[in-house]
Design a protein around this ligand. Structure first.
Ligand code: GDD
Ligand code: MN
Length: 393
């Protein structure tokens, strides 16, 4: 088996020689393999790559190729797609050029993919033996965890076997993906590959330890974080948008019922309790039908258990939100309306993640290590409720 290792680089000169040295060793048993740099650097990195490539050719090591782009179209993700377009082997491995991804794992990912009949094998920081240690700072780790949780909640079926949809390290059977449908921008190319295409890909995972950079600095910026939100929006937020619409309608029912009951002379506290119970029930029914329909059979909970979990969450949330609001306003002295808006948004996200990750969580179909279960399940309804419904018999 031969593979192409696609390495996007932006000003990574000091890392090139060491990366190629370790890849050369790791790919020794895979004749025909090569390393392909897709370089957008504005410094001397291209000449470093050329020098290393010449060195490899001279000593008969694995070949090193380079695509240098004058216009860094689509940034990191655009570079990966450009690289994948010119891959000639059946399998490619995408990895960073700063040695945070262990080169020794590249052949392991591709071999596992071929042997298990998968389309994509993700190197995950979040399953047994994996570690995100190299992410600098508490803040970036938290952002990474939350972003991954959101992505997995929006695409629970497509990402059912993926704990780390935002990693930059994965093997892919190039023929399995339609590069023309992708809209690469920013850093999160793997999510694009898994969530965008028409076909649901068969995905497996291997744990890995995200190491420290060998040299240089990270190119991740706040702007890339915003790009990620843009990307989620262009993926139509998966099933989150339908969940939001139902939640919004729920707020309207709630107020209408409260208004009607008090208009008939009922005490407002009793009316509020009735409004809450009715709203929760209606929302639950709509959710079952329009948001999580395809997940009901895939999940771990039966109807009554889902109902109980959903009610327990909503009840707790309603009971906790007021004291939290009061506490934040007292401690920070911020404008209560703003605090209320923020707590409502946070509560909405929590409710969505809880429903997708607990109430309707699909069972994994791929063991993280070894094994060859195939996963052919419907997608996550990128095309909206109606087409999602069609796919579910
Ligand atoms: N060609 C090209 N163009 N390469 C780029 C660009 C670009 O605009 N921006 C960054 N790169 C390259 C870097 O040179 C490096 O090889 C790789 O992409 C990853 O960039 P880093 O700057 O090292 O990113 P990071 O370590 O902060 O983030 C990594 O981990 C994240 C997970 O937390 C990346 O793998 C991300 O994709 C991943 O989401
Ligand atoms: Mn890095």
């Amino acid at each position: 088996m031969a593979i192409t290792v696609v390495v996007p680089t932006f000003n990574e000169g000091p890392n090139v020689a060491e990366l190629v040295r370790r890849l050369d060793e790791a790919l020794g048993a895979m004749p025909g393999s090569c390393v392909l740099f897709v370089d957008d650097s504005r410094d001397d990195t291209p000449s470093v790559i050329e020098r290393v490539a010449a060195g490899q050719a001279a000593r008969g090591g694995i070949p090193v190729r380079m695509i240098h782009r004058e216009v860094a179209d689509g940034g990191l993700s655009g570079a990966v797609v450009a690289g994948l377009r010119s891959v000639e082997t059946e399998w490619a491995v995408v990895m960073d050029g700063d040695l945070q991804h262990p080169p020794e794992l590249a052949p392991v990912l591709a071999t596992r993919g071929r042997d298990a009949g998968l389309d994509v094998v993700v190197a995950s920081r979040y399953i047994g033996g994996g570690d995100a240690g190299g992410l600098d700072g508490y803040w970036r780790r938290a952002v990474s965890t939350v972003s991954a949780l959101l992505a997995r909640s929006m695409f629970p079926l497509r990402l059912r076997n993926v704990t780390d949809p935002l990693t930059g390290f994965f093997a892919v059977r190039v023929g399995a993906i339609d590069l023309d449908t992708l809209r690469p921008r920013g850093f999160k190319i793997l999510l694009e590959v898994l969530a965008r295409g028409k076909r649901v890909l068969a995905v497996g995972e291997e744990p890995f330890v995200f190491g420290e950079r060998y040299a240089g600095r990270s190119k991740a910026t706040l702007r890339m974080g915003l790009r990620y939100l843009e990307q989620l929006a262009s993926l139509r937020f998966g099933r989150m948008s339908r969940f939001a619409i139902i939640g919004g309608m729920g707020a309207v029912w709630n107020v209408l019922i409260l208004w009607a009951l008090t208009a008939f002379g009922m005490h407002y506290v009793i009316a509020a309790v009735i409004a809450a119970v009715v709203t929760m029930s209606v929302n639950f029914a709509l959710q079952e039908r329009f948001v999580f329909r395809d997940l009901r059979a895939e999940g771990r909970h039966g109807f009554w258990s889902r109902l109980a979990h959903s009610f327990a969450f909503n009840g707790t949330e309603a009971a906790v939100r007021l004291p939290v609001l009061w506490w934040i306003v007292e401690v920070t002295g911020m404008w209560p309306v703003l605090v209320q808006a923020v707590t409502l948004v946070v509560a909405f996200l929590l409710r969505f993640v809880f429903h997708a990750q607990v109430v309707y969580r699909p069972r994994r179909t791929q063991p993280p290590l070894g094994g060859a279960l195939s996963s052919s399940q419907p997608g996550d309804g990128l095309l909206g409720a109606s087409s999602a419904d069609k796919r579910v018999q």
